[in-house]
Design a protein around this ligand. Structure first.
Ligand SMILES: [Zn+2]
Length: 327
């Protein structure tokens, strides 16, 4: 059984036009009674949908809209625009190490996280924010009360497939708005809005082009622990301090979010490495800007301070903030 929110099941049954809302509520109650209460309201609604011949999920083999994807589905095929691409994260567990990368795919019905593991991460190298992505034969599962798509063994992706386009994206909100003074270590996703009061020069480092791990330079050669001498990939991180009146926090932007904020390509940002003075202009532009940051709070043990690890950055929209205050 797919995990479909009760309100949506009811909506779909009602759209079928065979019962009124009142009748539906009665039938759900009756079904729960009939089964001696050993079934949830969702379960009862599922059964009634079956009885009425209402199709709750799109069972055809065609592409699904984002909002038609439910946890538990196999063979999920969907097309969307890459709204955000997150950083590759390395992990090691029980003597095994691996990497994971995720992105947010959106269409006019909503957004969904798509998760890539290990070798699949390499296929993402060619994917940028704004690209159209066809995800074929993935599966959907639930994570943190939200749905996410994984590729599994069968799944694959096509970048910018011919004849596909996505005109608009309906963005959801799964990050809790917080004042900076309220931020606590490890509390999960948060959204903060504030003014940039300080910017630091980006720090550059070299990664192995095969595994994305840091490489060590010696005499113009780059050594990866695993892959030996490799051609390195430049990566970087930029820190800024955001202040919202209640407090301020050092916020960490990795490569993709730095590119997004500065509106620059990797190659353009990499140039600041050799001519740091040109970065002063960027700083001057950014100081005093209002940003909306979505991310996670993390304690930096070395400096014993909280930092905000940014997963999505955008310019704050004054109209949105005013509307929020009025509510
Ligand atoms: Zn390597």
């Amino acid at each position: 059984m797919y995990k479909i929110p009760l309100a949506e099941i009811k909506q779909k049954i009602l759209t079928g036009g065979k019962v009124t809302l009142e009748e539906l509520e009665q039938r759900i109650k009756a079904k729960i009674n009939e089964l001696s209460g050993l079934i949830s309201e969702e379960g009862a609604a599922h059964i009634i949908a079956n009885e009425l011949g209402v199709e709750l999920v799109n069972n055809s083999t065609k592409k699904l809209k984002v909002k038609e994807i439910y946890a538990g589905m196999r063979n999920v095929t969907a097309v969307g625009k890459v709204v955000r691409k997150f950083e590759v994260r390395e992990f090691s567990k029980d003597n095994r190490s691996g990497k994971v990368c995720s992105l947010v795919l959106g269409d006019e019905t909503g957004t969904i996280r798509v998760v890539f593991w290990n070798d699949q991460v390499d296929a993402l190298r060619q994917v940028s924010e704004g690209d159209i992505l066809l995800v074929k034969d993935g599966y959907a599962r639930e994570n943190n009360n939200d749905r996410e798509v994984h590729l599994g063994n069968q799944g694959s992706i096509v970048v910018n497939p011919e004849g596909e386009s996505v005109h608009s994206v309906r963005e959801g909100t799964s990050y809790q708005r917080r004042k900076i003074e309220e931020l606590r270590d490890g509390e999960g996703g948060a959204e903060i809005v504030g003014t940039v009061v300080q910017i630091f020069d980006p720090r550059f480092f070299n990664l192995c082009s095969q595994c994305n791990k840091k490489v060590v330079e010696s005499g113009g050669n780059y050594q990866c622990n695993e892959h030996g001498s490799v051609k390195p990939v430049v990566s970087y991180v930029m820190n800024l301090v955001l202040d919202d009146g209640s407090g301020n926090i050092r916020s960490v932007l990795w490569k993709n979010q730095t590119n997004h904020l500065l509106g620059k390509t990797e190659e353009e940002v990499a140039q600041y490495k050799d001519s740091p003075t040109t970065f002063e202009e960027v700083k001057a532009d950014l100081l005093g800007e209002q940003l909306k940051l979505l991310g996670q709070v993390k304690k930096n043990d070395m400096f014993s301070r909280l930092e905000f690890n940014v997963q999505m950055v955008s310019r704050a929209k004054p109209e949105e903030e005013i509307a929020r205050l009025e509510k």
